[in-house]
Design a protein around this ligand. Structure first.
Ligand code: SAH
Length: 349
Protein backbone atom coordinates (compact mmCIF):
# COMPACT_ATOMS: atom_id res chain seq x y z
CA UNK A 1 0.00 0.00 0.00
CA UNK A 2 1.36 3.45 -0.80
CA UNK A 3 2.35 5.54 2.11
CA UNK A 4 0.38 8.71 2.27
CA UNK A 5 -0.18 10.21 5.64
CA UNK A 6 2.36 9.37 8.26
CA UNK A 7 1.95 12.26 10.55
CA UNK A 8 2.84 13.56 13.91
CA UNK A 9 2.33 13.74 16.92
CA UNK A 10 4.80 10.86 17.29
CA UNK A 11 8.34 12.15 16.63
CA UNK A 12 9.12 9.03 14.64
CA UNK A 13 6.19 9.82 12.37
CA UNK A 14 7.57 13.32 11.84
CA UNK A 15 10.95 11.82 10.83
CA UNK A 16 9.33 9.48 8.32
CA UNK A 17 7.31 12.35 6.97
CA UNK A 18 10.42 14.43 6.48
CA UNK A 19 12.33 11.57 4.82
CA UNK A 20 9.56 11.11 2.33
CA UNK A 21 8.30 14.59 1.62
CA UNK A 22 11.31 16.77 2.35
CA UNK A 23 14.19 14.55 1.25
CA UNK A 24 12.42 12.50 -1.38
CA UNK A 25 13.56 9.11 -0.12
CA UNK A 26 11.90 6.23 -1.93
CA UNK A 27 13.70 3.48 -0.08
CA UNK A 28 12.94 2.82 3.59
CA UNK A 29 16.40 1.27 3.93
CA UNK A 30 17.96 4.71 3.53
CA UNK A 31 15.97 6.35 6.29
CA UNK A 32 18.91 6.08 8.62
CA UNK A 33 17.42 8.05 11.49
CA UNK A 34 14.93 5.21 12.00
CA UNK A 35 15.85 1.91 13.64
CA UNK A 36 16.75 -0.96 11.36
CA UNK A 37 13.96 -3.15 12.63
CA UNK A 38 11.45 -0.41 12.12
CA UNK A 39 12.68 0.25 8.57
CA UNK A 40 12.22 -3.41 7.78
CA UNK A 41 8.69 -3.33 9.16
CA UNK A 42 7.85 -0.31 7.05
CA UNK A 43 9.22 -1.93 3.93
CA UNK A 44 7.10 -4.98 4.58
CA UNK A 45 3.85 -3.06 4.72
CA UNK A 46 4.30 0.07 2.65
CA UNK A 47 5.77 1.44 -0.53
CA UNK A 48 6.95 4.92 -1.38
CA UNK A 49 6.22 4.87 -5.04
CA UNK A 50 6.18 7.26 -7.92
CA UNK A 51 4.03 7.18 -11.01
CA UNK A 52 5.92 5.96 -14.03
CA UNK A 53 6.87 8.54 -16.66
CA UNK A 54 5.33 7.22 -19.89
CA UNK A 55 6.40 10.23 -21.97
CA UNK A 56 8.42 13.33 -21.04
CA UNK A 57 8.30 16.34 -23.34
CA UNK A 58 10.08 19.67 -23.22
CA UNK A 59 8.77 22.80 -24.91
CA UNK A 60 10.99 25.37 -26.61
CA UNK A 61 9.82 27.83 -23.91
CA UNK A 62 11.05 25.64 -21.03
CA UNK A 63 7.68 24.12 -20.14
CA UNK A 64 7.86 20.41 -19.36
CA UNK A 65 5.02 17.95 -19.69
CA UNK A 66 4.96 14.45 -18.26
CA UNK A 67 2.49 11.77 -19.19
CA UNK A 68 2.33 9.69 -16.04
CA UNK A 69 1.17 6.12 -15.71
CA UNK A 70 -0.19 4.66 -12.50
CA UNK A 71 -0.11 1.08 -11.30
CA UNK A 72 -3.38 0.18 -13.07
CA UNK A 73 -2.13 1.58 -16.38
CA UNK A 74 -4.26 4.75 -16.28
CA UNK A 75 -2.57 7.96 -17.32
CA UNK A 76 -2.69 11.70 -16.60
CA UNK A 77 -0.51 14.65 -17.46
CA UNK A 78 1.32 17.18 -15.27
CA UNK A 79 2.98 20.32 -16.55
CA UNK A 80 5.84 22.40 -15.11
CA UNK A 81 5.90 26.05 -16.15
CA UNK A 82 9.09 27.90 -15.23
CA UNK A 83 8.97 31.70 -15.04
CA UNK A 84 11.52 34.24 -13.95
CA UNK A 85 10.34 34.62 -10.39
CA UNK A 86 8.50 31.34 -9.88
CA UNK A 87 7.88 27.82 -11.10
CA UNK A 88 4.36 26.48 -11.29
CA UNK A 89 3.33 22.86 -11.36
CA UNK A 90 -0.04 22.14 -12.93
CA UNK A 91 -1.50 18.99 -11.39
CA UNK A 92 -4.34 16.69 -12.49
CA UNK A 93 -7.12 15.49 -10.20
CA UNK A 94 -8.91 12.90 -12.34
CA UNK A 95 -8.24 10.57 -15.24
CA UNK A 96 -10.52 12.17 -17.83
CA UNK A 97 -13.35 14.48 -16.79
CA UNK A 98 -17.14 14.47 -16.49
CA UNK A 99 -17.70 18.08 -17.47
CA UNK A 100 -17.50 18.02 -21.30
CA UNK A 101 -16.70 21.74 -21.63
CA UNK A 102 -16.86 22.33 -25.36
CA UNK A 103 -13.52 24.09 -25.72
CA UNK A 104 -11.50 21.65 -23.61
CA UNK A 105 -9.54 18.76 -25.02
CA UNK A 106 -9.70 16.80 -21.77
CA UNK A 107 -13.46 17.25 -21.99
CA UNK A 108 -13.56 15.00 -25.04
CA UNK A 109 -12.26 12.18 -22.87
CA UNK A 110 -14.77 10.62 -20.49
CA UNK A 111 -14.12 10.24 -16.81
CA UNK A 112 -12.17 7.10 -16.13
CA UNK A 113 -11.63 7.48 -12.41
CA UNK A 114 -10.66 9.80 -9.62
CA UNK A 115 -7.04 10.04 -8.57
CA UNK A 116 -6.25 9.03 -5.02
CA UNK A 117 -4.37 11.34 -2.63
CA UNK A 118 -1.10 9.46 -3.18
CA UNK A 119 -1.47 9.87 -6.93
CA UNK A 120 -2.04 13.60 -6.61
CA UNK A 121 0.89 14.15 -4.23
CA UNK A 122 2.85 11.69 -6.41
CA UNK A 123 2.72 14.18 -9.28
CA UNK A 124 4.56 16.74 -7.15
CA UNK A 125 7.07 14.15 -5.94
CA UNK A 126 7.72 12.99 -9.48
CA UNK A 127 8.20 16.53 -10.73
CA UNK A 128 10.71 17.11 -7.93
CA UNK A 129 12.55 13.93 -8.95
CA UNK A 130 12.63 15.10 -12.54
CA UNK A 131 13.82 18.57 -11.63
CA UNK A 132 16.43 17.15 -9.25
CA UNK A 133 15.06 19.06 -6.31
CA UNK A 134 15.62 16.96 -3.18
CA UNK A 135 15.86 17.96 -0.45
CA UNK A 136 13.74 20.94 -1.33
CA UNK A 137 15.81 24.10 -0.95
CA UNK A 138 14.40 27.02 1.04
CA UNK A 139 15.28 29.49 -1.71
CA UNK A 140 15.27 29.35 -5.47
CA UNK A 141 12.96 26.36 -5.80
CA UNK A 142 11.79 25.30 -9.21
CA UNK A 143 8.35 24.48 -7.89
CA UNK A 144 7.12 27.44 -5.87
CA UNK A 145 3.48 27.35 -6.90
CA UNK A 146 0.92 24.70 -7.52
CA UNK A 147 -2.26 24.91 -9.56
CA UNK A 148 -4.98 22.29 -9.55
CA UNK A 149 -5.71 23.03 -13.19
CA UNK A 150 -4.72 19.87 -14.99
CA UNK A 151 -7.05 17.14 -16.11
CA UNK A 152 -10.30 16.74 -14.22
CA UNK A 153 -12.55 18.74 -11.92
CA UNK A 154 -10.87 18.91 -8.49
CA UNK A 155 -14.09 19.67 -6.63
CA UNK A 156 -15.66 16.46 -7.95
CA UNK A 157 -12.84 14.63 -6.20
CA UNK A 158 -12.77 16.88 -3.18
CA UNK A 159 -11.79 14.47 -0.39
CA UNK A 160 -8.76 13.11 -2.19
CA UNK A 161 -7.67 16.53 -3.40
CA UNK A 162 -8.04 17.92 0.13
CA UNK A 163 -5.97 15.14 1.66
CA UNK A 164 -3.27 15.64 -0.95
CA UNK A 165 -3.17 19.42 -0.57
CA UNK A 166 -2.83 19.14 3.21
CA UNK A 167 0.37 17.18 2.66
CA UNK A 168 1.58 19.61 0.02
CA UNK A 169 0.98 22.52 2.43
CA UNK A 170 2.55 20.87 5.49
CA UNK A 171 5.58 22.81 6.68
CA UNK A 172 7.56 19.64 7.32
CA UNK A 173 6.54 18.12 4.06
CA UNK A 174 6.42 19.62 0.61
CA UNK A 175 5.81 22.96 2.23
CA UNK A 176 4.10 25.00 -0.45
CA UNK A 177 1.97 27.61 1.29
CA UNK A 178 -1.76 27.86 0.65
CA UNK A 179 -1.16 31.34 -0.75
CA UNK A 180 0.79 29.72 -3.55
CA UNK A 181 -1.81 27.10 -4.33
CA UNK A 182 -4.74 27.76 -6.65
CA UNK A 183 -7.60 25.40 -7.23
CA UNK A 184 -9.55 25.92 -10.42
CA UNK A 185 -13.17 24.84 -10.65
CA UNK A 186 -15.84 25.07 -13.29
CA UNK A 187 -18.22 25.85 -10.41
CA UNK A 188 -19.17 22.87 -8.26
CA UNK A 189 -21.09 25.15 -5.93
CA UNK A 190 -21.73 22.76 -3.00
CA UNK A 191 -18.01 22.00 -2.59
CA UNK A 192 -16.74 25.57 -2.83
CA UNK A 193 -17.42 26.58 0.77
CA UNK A 194 -15.65 23.51 2.19
CA UNK A 195 -12.68 24.16 -0.03
CA UNK A 196 -12.31 27.71 1.27
CA UNK A 197 -12.97 26.84 4.91
CA UNK A 198 -10.86 23.68 5.15
CA UNK A 199 -8.01 24.37 2.76
CA UNK A 200 -7.95 28.15 2.40
CA UNK A 201 -6.32 27.92 -1.01
CA UNK A 202 -6.82 30.50 -3.74
CA UNK A 203 -9.83 29.91 -5.90
CA UNK A 204 -10.04 30.28 -9.66
CA UNK A 205 -13.41 29.96 -11.33
CA UNK A 206 -13.73 29.01 -14.97
CA UNK A 207 -16.45 31.48 -15.87
CA UNK A 208 -16.04 31.86 -19.65
CA UNK A 209 -19.51 33.28 -20.33
CA UNK A 210 -21.72 36.05 -18.97
CA UNK A 211 -25.14 34.59 -19.78
CA UNK A 212 -26.67 31.31 -18.67
CA UNK A 213 -27.69 30.68 -22.23
CA UNK A 214 -24.11 30.62 -23.52
CA UNK A 215 -22.60 29.08 -20.40
CA UNK A 216 -25.14 26.23 -20.50
CA UNK A 217 -23.73 25.41 -23.91
CA UNK A 218 -20.00 25.74 -23.40
CA UNK A 219 -19.72 24.73 -19.71
CA UNK A 220 -22.60 22.24 -19.33
CA UNK A 221 -22.12 22.17 -15.52
CA UNK A 222 -23.90 25.55 -15.63
CA UNK A 223 -27.20 23.73 -16.12
CA UNK A 224 -26.75 22.33 -12.65
CA UNK A 225 -25.23 25.40 -10.98
CA UNK A 226 -26.21 28.50 -12.95
CA UNK A 227 -24.39 31.82 -12.87
CA UNK A 228 -26.50 33.33 -10.08
CA UNK A 229 -25.70 30.47 -7.69
CA UNK A 230 -22.09 30.33 -8.71
CA UNK A 231 -21.50 34.03 -8.15
CA UNK A 232 -23.31 33.87 -4.80
CA UNK A 233 -20.93 31.07 -3.74
CA UNK A 234 -18.02 33.28 -4.81
CA UNK A 235 -19.30 36.17 -2.73
CA UNK A 236 -19.45 33.76 0.24
CA UNK A 237 -16.10 32.05 -0.38
CA UNK A 238 -14.41 31.85 3.04
CA UNK A 239 -11.39 34.07 3.36
CA UNK A 240 -12.02 36.10 0.25
CA UNK A 241 -11.20 39.80 0.58
CA UNK A 242 -9.45 42.46 -1.41
CA UNK A 243 -6.00 41.11 -0.76
CA UNK A 244 -7.09 37.56 -1.67
CA UNK A 245 -9.28 37.86 -4.70
CA UNK A 246 -11.00 35.15 -6.65
CA UNK A 247 -9.60 34.74 -10.15
CA UNK A 248 -12.23 34.50 -12.85
CA UNK A 249 -10.84 32.68 -15.84
CA UNK A 250 -12.33 33.75 -19.12
CA UNK A 251 -11.40 31.92 -22.29
CA UNK A 252 -11.42 34.14 -25.37
CA UNK A 253 -13.38 32.43 -28.15
CA UNK A 254 -13.63 34.29 -31.42
CA UNK A 255 -17.11 35.78 -32.03
CA UNK A 256 -18.57 33.66 -29.21
CA UNK A 257 -17.91 35.52 -25.94
CA UNK A 258 -15.43 38.27 -26.83
CA UNK A 259 -17.52 41.37 -27.65
CA UNK A 260 -17.31 44.71 -25.79
CA UNK A 261 -20.87 44.07 -24.57
CA UNK A 262 -19.67 40.78 -23.02
CA UNK A 263 -16.85 42.65 -21.28
CA UNK A 264 -19.26 45.23 -19.87
CA UNK A 265 -21.60 42.51 -18.63
CA UNK A 266 -18.66 40.75 -16.99
CA UNK A 267 -17.84 43.94 -15.10
CA UNK A 268 -21.46 44.16 -13.95
CA UNK A 269 -21.58 40.52 -12.79
CA UNK A 270 -18.39 40.77 -10.77
CA UNK A 271 -19.40 43.94 -8.96
CA UNK A 272 -19.03 43.50 -5.21
CA UNK A 273 -16.86 40.36 -5.46
CA UNK A 274 -13.16 40.76 -4.65
CA UNK A 275 -12.20 39.62 -8.12
CA UNK A 276 -9.53 39.64 -10.74
CA UNK A 277 -9.88 38.20 -14.19
CA UNK A 278 -7.53 36.13 -16.24
CA UNK A 279 -8.13 36.21 -19.97
CA UNK A 280 -7.07 32.95 -21.59
CA UNK A 281 -6.60 32.95 -25.34
CA UNK A 282 -8.25 29.76 -26.58
CA UNK A 283 -5.64 27.05 -27.13
CA UNK A 284 -6.62 25.06 -30.19
CA UNK A 285 -6.50 21.27 -30.46
CA UNK A 286 -7.25 19.00 -33.41
CA UNK A 287 -10.95 19.13 -34.27
CA UNK A 288 -11.81 21.91 -31.80
CA UNK A 289 -15.02 23.74 -32.72
CA UNK A 290 -13.66 27.23 -31.86
CA UNK A 291 -11.04 29.72 -32.92
CA UNK A 292 -8.99 31.99 -30.69
CA UNK A 293 -9.99 35.66 -30.50
CA UNK A 294 -7.58 38.04 -32.23
CA UNK A 295 -5.01 39.82 -30.08
CA UNK A 296 -6.75 43.12 -30.91
CA UNK A 297 -10.11 41.83 -29.66
CA UNK A 298 -8.47 40.52 -26.48
CA UNK A 299 -6.80 43.89 -25.86
CA UNK A 300 -10.07 45.74 -26.34
CA UNK A 301 -11.82 43.33 -23.93
CA UNK A 302 -9.04 43.72 -21.35
CA UNK A 303 -9.19 47.49 -21.66
CA UNK A 304 -12.88 47.58 -20.73
CA UNK A 305 -12.17 45.47 -17.64
CA UNK A 306 -9.17 47.61 -16.69
CA UNK A 307 -11.18 50.81 -17.09
CA UNK A 308 -13.65 49.39 -14.58
CA UNK A 309 -10.81 48.75 -12.12
CA UNK A 310 -10.52 45.00 -12.73
CA UNK A 311 -7.09 43.52 -13.16
CA UNK A 312 -7.19 41.51 -16.40
CA UNK A 313 -3.86 40.00 -17.38
CA UNK A 314 -3.86 37.87 -20.51
CA UNK A 315 -2.50 34.40 -19.82
CA UNK A 316 0.43 33.71 -22.10
CA UNK A 317 0.03 30.24 -23.57
CA UNK A 318 2.93 28.07 -22.45
CA UNK A 319 4.07 24.82 -23.95
CA UNK A 320 1.69 25.03 -26.90
CA UNK A 321 4.18 23.21 -29.13
CA UNK A 322 3.89 20.11 -26.94
CA UNK A 323 0.12 20.48 -26.32
CA UNK A 324 0.79 21.36 -22.70
CA UNK A 325 -1.23 24.58 -22.62
CA UNK A 326 -4.56 24.98 -20.79
CA UNK A 327 -7.22 22.66 -22.08
CA UNK A 328 -4.86 20.70 -24.30
CA UNK A 329 -4.15 17.84 -21.92
CA UNK A 330 -5.51 14.46 -22.82
CA UNK A 331 -4.41 10.93 -22.13
CA UNK A 332 -5.22 7.82 -24.06
CA UNK A 333 -6.72 6.22 -20.96
CA UNK A 334 -9.99 4.51 -21.73
CA UNK A 335 -12.75 3.75 -19.39
CA UNK A 336 -13.51 0.11 -19.05
CA UNK A 337 -17.14 -0.99 -19.07
CA UNK A 338 -17.05 -2.27 -15.52
CA UNK A 339 -16.32 1.12 -14.08
CA UNK A 340 -19.42 2.70 -15.54
CA UNK A 341 -21.67 2.37 -12.50
CA UNK A 342 -18.88 3.48 -10.23
CA UNK A 343 -18.41 6.62 -12.24
CA UNK A 344 -21.84 7.94 -11.32
CA UNK A 345 -20.99 7.58 -7.66
CA UNK A 346 -17.56 9.07 -8.00
CA UNK A 347 -18.79 12.14 -9.81
CA UNK A 348 -21.33 13.06 -7.17
CA UNK A 349 -20.15 16.05 -5.14
N1 SAH B 1 -12.02 21.56 -14.18
C1 SAH B 1 -11.32 22.69 -13.70
C2 SAH B 1 -9.81 22.63 -13.90
C3 SAH B 1 -9.26 22.20 -15.25
S1 SAH B 1 -9.24 23.32 -16.59
C4 SAH B 1 -11.88 23.95 -14.31
O1 SAH B 1 -12.75 23.85 -15.16
O2 SAH B 1 -11.50 25.05 -13.90
C5 SAH B 1 -8.11 24.59 -16.30
C6 SAH B 1 -8.47 25.87 -17.10
O3 SAH B 1 -8.18 25.74 -18.51
C7 SAH B 1 -9.95 26.18 -17.01
O4 SAH B 1 -10.16 27.55 -16.81
C8 SAH B 1 -10.42 25.76 -18.38
O5 SAH B 1 -11.65 26.32 -18.68
C9 SAH B 1 -9.28 26.21 -19.25
N2 SAH B 1 -9.30 25.63 -20.60
C10 SAH B 1 -9.85 24.48 -20.98
N3 SAH B 1 -9.68 24.27 -22.31
C11 SAH B 1 -9.01 25.32 -22.77
C12 SAH B 1 -8.49 25.67 -24.07
N4 SAH B 1 -8.65 24.90 -25.11
N5 SAH B 1 -7.82 26.84 -24.17
C13 SAH B 1 -7.62 27.63 -23.09
N6 SAH B 1 -8.04 27.34 -21.86
C14 SAH B 1 -8.74 26.20 -21.69
Amino acid sequence: MPIISLRRPHPRAARRFSWIYHRGATDFGRMTSLSKAFRARLAEHYTVGRPEVAVAQASADGTAKWLLRFADGQEVESVHIPEEDRGTLCVSSQVGCTLTCRFCHTGTQRLVRNLGPAEIVGQVMLARDQLGEWPAPAEGRQITNLVMMGMGEPLYNYDNVAQALKIVMDGEGISISKRRITLSTAGVVPAMRRCGAELGVNLAVSLHAVTDELRDRIVPLNRKYPLGELLAACRDYPGVHNARRITFEYIMLKDVNDSPADARELVRLLKGIPAKTNLIPFNPWPGAPFEPSTPKTIDRFAQILNDAGLSAPVRTPRGQDIMAACGQLKSASLRRRKTRERETELSAP
